[in-house]
Every structure is written in C-alpha cells, then in structure tokens.
Design a protein around this ligand. Structure first.
Ligand SMILES: Cc1cc2nc3c(=O)[nH]c(=O)nc-3n(C[C@H](O)[C@H](O)[C@H](O)COP(=O)(O)OP(=O)(O)OC[C@H]3O[C@@H](n4cnc5c(N)ncnc54)[C@H](O)[C@@H]3O)c2cc1C
Length: 310
C-alpha cells in the first residue's frame, strides 16, 4: 500500500503540483469535526485533474473517496489511507435554461436553492437547509419534507474514475431510492441538471423560511453532528424508536445522542470516531432488543474502524 501511495503521489504531483496535499487533516472538512488525516488530498478543479486522478487510481489501485461538504460522513480516527477528493471552486457554478437549473458538483445546496429563488423557480424549497454540496446531495438522494433530489434531478453528470471519461446519466438510470443511488463505483458527480417549475417568489421564500425555522426548532445545529445517523425504517422514524427504547441522552466518551433529536449524535469536547461508532452500535442494540428492528446507518464511514457498525 505504501508503494502504491508513493507512486500515486508522484503521478498526481506531476499533474497537479503543490495542490496535492499529504497527511491532510480532515477535521475541518466534516460537520462532525472529528477523524484523522487523509494520506493524500486533492481538490480537482477540472476534468483534466480528474483524468490525472483516474490514471493514478487505475495504475496504483489506491483507495479513493470523494467528499462534498462532509455533512454525512464519519472519518476514522486513523484517517483515510488513500486519496480523498473534494471538488474545487471551479465546480461551484450555476446556469439557468428556462425551467432548468444546472449546477456544479461543489455548489452548496442552500446556495443553489437561493439561486432557484432568485430566478422565481420552485421545487428546491425542501433543500434550502440541507448542508450538502450538490454532488453529495445527488449521491445520497438527500431529502426533507417528503421530497428528495430524485423529485427534481433530470440529469447527473459524472466523471467515471474507473474508465477515465465523463458521462451524462439520465435520472432514470441513476437508481434513486430512499437516501441512495446506484451510480457506478468511482463515479464523481461533477454536476446535475434540475427540472424546476416557475413559481411565485414570495411563496418560495416563505416555504424556505419555514424549512429553516423547522430545523432551528428541531435539530441541534449548534453542536457538531452529521444529520440523521440512521435511515428511517419503513413506516417509522428512527428518532421515535431510539427515544422509545430509552436511548435519548445515551453517551460514549464525548459523543452523545442529542436531547433535541434522538436520531442525531452530537460530538462534544474530546469526541472521537470510535466513541461515535460505539454509540451507534449501542443504539442499534437497544432498538433491536426492544423492537426487533435493525437500524441501518445513513452516515457513511470513511477509513478503517476497529468496531464496524453492523
Ligand atoms: C445538520 C444537518 C442536517 C441534515 N439534514 C439532512 C436532511 O434533511 N436530509 C438529508 O437527506 N440529509 C441531511 N443531512 C445529511 C447530509 O447533509 C446529506 O446526506 C448530504 O447529501 C451530504 O452531502 P455532502 O456534500 O456533505 O456529502 P458528504 O457528506 O461529503 O458525502 C456523503 C456521501 O456522498 C459521497 N459524495 C460526496 N460528494 C460526492 C460527489 N461529488 N460525487 C460522488 N459522491 C460524492 C461521499 O463519498 C459519501 O458517500 C444533514 C446533515 C447535517 C449535518
């Protein structure tokens, strides 16, 4: 692995120069604010950079992971022994064509929702307070208030690292389901086209204000977290099950189940990824023992964990 990483570093250094970083701290890149460093870290600014990444990854077979705003990831305390990619500023753009709004993969979803509002385009109100990048939101099929990206995405643009080429993927072929897509392994979402509808600006603004206000009321936004830790099981809510099983307030080390929302884990002073994973297992056990329901994590795990969640 060391040899492969060194070879990948040499190849990427030749293509991207000092923009390639080593032993790069990931704490500031995630909303949980915990975890170890990335062995290699790059913010690609173009398809050309992605082509260099593709070549290095295919030649050396190093592990690679893409992150967006890091709002749904838990990074191992040991970090990630491979290449972490986060789309750079040049992937932060928007364009409008009639009722269609297109954005780059690094475009923050709240900002994209703001652009929709400024054009009087309705349909993205649900997304205004989801702290995602467009790429991460598409990959996770992020959603709220009964809607998700699947309801508005018309086309996903990806760079296929395994093949070294760009590909447009029609929404129907992206495999959208609850907090999931079936985009190919190694597909970096570089942009997406959304089909919106013309609406009344005041009405759109009011729905967005309501969505923000609902979050402030119901979620522990002042503390580091990763949003909902578990997916909602069919016909129920993870938060209700955790609360009913007595999980609210449970803690391990510096990580605790939020008193405000039982499906949120908040990372307090000194929290580490191992605390979070141990707490995830404890909550899974509690709910399983009480209701016979297995809670599936929604959060994505980056790196190796001694105690992998089931
Ligand atoms: C306070 C808070 C509230 C939240 N509320 C909601 C909510 O209401 N609804 C909801 O669905 N989620 C919610 N989330 C979770 C999170 O915002 C979503 O899952 C979001 O889609 C993650 O986007 P991201 O850009 O941060 O991706 P990351 O968290 O960085 O990554 C998430 C996954 O997507 C992959 N990924 C990221 N970018 C790309 C890319 N460009 N191409 C390919 N793969 C990529 C990563 O590898 C990882 O598997 C919340 C999180 C927080 C912290």
């Amino acid at each position: 692995m060391r040899n492969a990483l060194t070879r990948a570093e040499t190849m990427l250094r030749a293509a991207c120069g000092e923009r390639l970083r080593t032993s790069f701290p990931m704490v500031p890149l995630t909303t949980f604010r915990i975890g170890g460093p990335a062995a290699l870290y790059l913010e690609p600014e173009s398809d050309r950079d992605l082509a260099a990444v593709s070549e290095a990854v295919r030649e050396t077979a190093i592990d690679v992971v893409v992150i967006g705003k890091g709002s749904n990831v838990l990074v191992s305390d040991l970090g990630f022994d491979g290449l972490v990619l986060r789309l750079g500023r040049r992937f932060r753009w928007t364009g409008r064509d009639g009722d269609r709004l297109t954005g780059g993969g690094a475009m923050p979803l709240p900002a994209l929702s703001g652009v929709a509002l400024s054009h009087g385009l309705a349909g993205l109100e649900f997304a205004v307070a989801i702290p995602a990048s467009l790429g991460g939101a598409v990959k996770m099929n992020a959603g709220a208030h009964g809607l998700s990206l699947a309801d508005v995405v018309e086309r996903v643009d990806v760079y296929l690292l395994q093949e070294g080429r760009v590909a447009p993927i029609p929404a129907a072929a992206a495999g959208f389901s609850y907090r999931r897509t079936t985009l190919p392994q190694g597909a970096v979402v570089t942009g997406a086209t959304l089909r919106l509808v013309r609406g009344d600006r005041a009405e759109i603004r009011s729905l967005m204000d309501d969505a923000r206000e609902w979050r402030r009321r119901t979620q522990p936004l002042a503390e580091p977290n990763c949003g909902s830790v578990f997916k909602n099981p069919e016909g129920d809510h993870a938060a209700r099950l955790i609360e009913a099983a007595g999980g609210k307030g449970t803690w391990v080390g510096g990580a605790a189940i939020s008193g405000k929302h039982a499906n949120f884990i908040v990372a307090g002073e000194g929290a580490c990824a191992t605390d979070v994973v141990t707490l995830i297992r404890r909550v899974q056990d509690l709910v399983e023992a009480r209701f016979g329901i297995h809670l599936e994590p929604e959060v994505r795990f980056v790196g190796d964990f001694d105690l992998a969640p089931r």
